[in-house]
Write a protein that binds this ligand. Structure first.
Ligand SMILES: Cc1cc2nc3c(=O)[nH]c(=O)nc-3n(C[C@H](O)[C@H](O)[C@H](O)COP(=O)(O)OP(=O)(O)OC[C@H]3O[C@@H](n4cnc5c(N)ncnc54)[C@H](O)[C@@H]3O)c2cc1C
Length: 397
């Protein structure tokens, strides 16, 4: 770690932590981004820097050794990291979503309280295994059940897309409650260290988000019953996992859009310097993309603000409501479309200088990363689940 990446900020305050993430984003994270993308490798130096600032436990309450960060702060951090390296931003976002599920639904149980202390002390990284061969991206369906035997609980699951599975210490996995339970009766299980074995069953040579390193694995685990998160999975999903995902993923995508537009602006200024007194023709297109970016910022920041206020209020009825679920998934649909539109428009402004991989104005990585947004829980899948709800839902705003 170089001296310039070491934090001099007060990490006990949200502003200090955001300043630290900003500095890391503009140094170690950005410096590694092209190599991470080209090699399709885990951004080890970026995650090490975040670990050193103890940010893997950003959301853990102070009583368990974390910073007790709120949603809006995490969203700001994801936006900064996503602008520097989308894979790093997405890994950080996915880890924080897992931590949020444990903080919000596990804390009443001594096992999870102790685990969060260990996570803070050791800066453990958690990966997620919700996808499963046979159910695609349906988060509300599990084939693999928990089996109970003399040595405790076990499961065997074929995870189709497991980001940074090879690098994470711990896994949060969705499984069926028991062999005789329906596919929708799920539980969320935390397994740590050598409680699980992961056999690589696929590869990850992807268009974008290459540094997330997300191949398929067969996961086998043996664990005590106490490591099943005590709340109903339907509540964990609708109150925490999905809204956190939609806000933090949206923030990473906003970061990608911010950086693409910043590159287009830099290109435009370099052109303007060569034609004093004139406005470059592409400035017209830039004015348009800048307006689109403002809309995306408003959408994502507003979602973070609204969900953050709801978390503060603790209004479980509102968190369970159809209106809240619809509005959060619609933020995901819109943000995932906007990022591709904005990055594509920024590419048009830059022309071939944006299209080339060997230019400071290159936007190729941004465009490839942006196309993952519509697939992370397929937009068509979300729209087809939302469609029947609109028939009954009364939007009283
Ligand atoms: C960068 C990245 C990282 C990821 N990391 C993880 C991870 O760490 N852990 C994890 O568990 N998963 C992860 N995923 C998986 C992800 O969240 C989705 O679950 C997965 O991408 C869905 O896979 P699919 O598109 O092949 O399947 P499907 O969701 O089945 O989609 C296949 C196609 O069918 C369409 N479709 C499916 N159902 C319907 C429907 N009902 N109506 C209309 N159309 C439908 C979809 O829109 C899509 O076009 C990651 C994905 C990406 C892109």
């Amino acid at each position: 770690m170089t001296a310039r990446t070491l934090s001099t900020d007060d990490l006990s305050t949200p502003a200090g932590r955001i300043a630290t993430v900003r500095r890391l984003a503009t140094s170690v994270v950005r410096d590694a981004a092209d190599d991470v993308d080209r090699a399709g490798r885990f951004p080890a130096e970026a995650i090490a820097a975040l670990r050193q600032a103890r940010l893997l436990s950003a959301m853990v309450p102070a009583e368990q050794g974390g910073y007790g960060a709120r949603l809006d702060e995490l969203a700001a951090q994801c936006e900064l990291l996503g602008g520097a390296c989308a894979s790093t931003g997405m890994i950080y976002a996915m880890h924080q979503i897992q931590v949020a599920c444990l903080v919000r639904h596990g804390l009443p149980q001594p096992f999870f309280r102790d685990y969060l202390v260990q996570l803070s002390e050791q800066q453990r990284l958690i990966a997620s295994v919700t996808s499963e061969a046979g159910v695609g991206g349906s988060v509300r369906t599990s084939i693999s059940p928990v089996e109970r035997g003399p040595e405790g609980c076990t499961f065997r699951k074929d995870g189709t897309v497991v980001s940074y599975g090879a690098e994470a210490q711990d896994l949060l996995t969705t499984v069926r409650r028991a062999a005789d339970a329906p596919a929708s009766d799920q539980v969320l299980v935390l397994t740590c260290g050598d409680q699980h074995q992961m056999k690589l069953t696929g590869t990850w040579d992807s268009l974008g988000m290459r540094g997330t390193c997300s191949p398929a694995y067969e996961v086998r685990a043996t664990f005590p019953e106490a490591q099943i998160v005590p709340a109903h999975f339907a509540d964990i999903l609708s109150h925490t996992m999905l809204p956190f995902a939609h806000v933090l993923w949206g923030s990473v995508w906003l970061g990608i859009a911010n950086d693409a537009v910043a590159r287009a602006r830099a290109w435009l200024r370099s052109v303007a310097r060569q034609m004093p007194g004139q406005t470059p023709p592409a400035a017209f297109r830039f004015a348009e993309v800048s307006a689109q970016l403002q809309m995306m910022r408003a959408l994502v920041h507003d979602a973070a603000r609204r969900y953050g206020a709801l978390l503060d209020s603790g209004d479980r009825n509102m968190l369970s409501s159809v209106g809240f679920g619809l509005s959060m998934s619609e933020v995901k649909i819109s943000a995932s479309r906007m990022v591709v539109e904005i990055v594509t428009a920024a590419l048009r402004v830059c022309g071939t200088n944006g299209y080339r991989n060997d230019s400071p104005y290159s936007i190729g990585r941004h465009l490839r990363d942006a196309h993952s947004a519509a697939l992370m829980i397929g937009n068509d899948r979300i729209l087809s689940s939302n469609a029947p709800m609109h028939l009954a839902f009364k939007d009283e705003q």
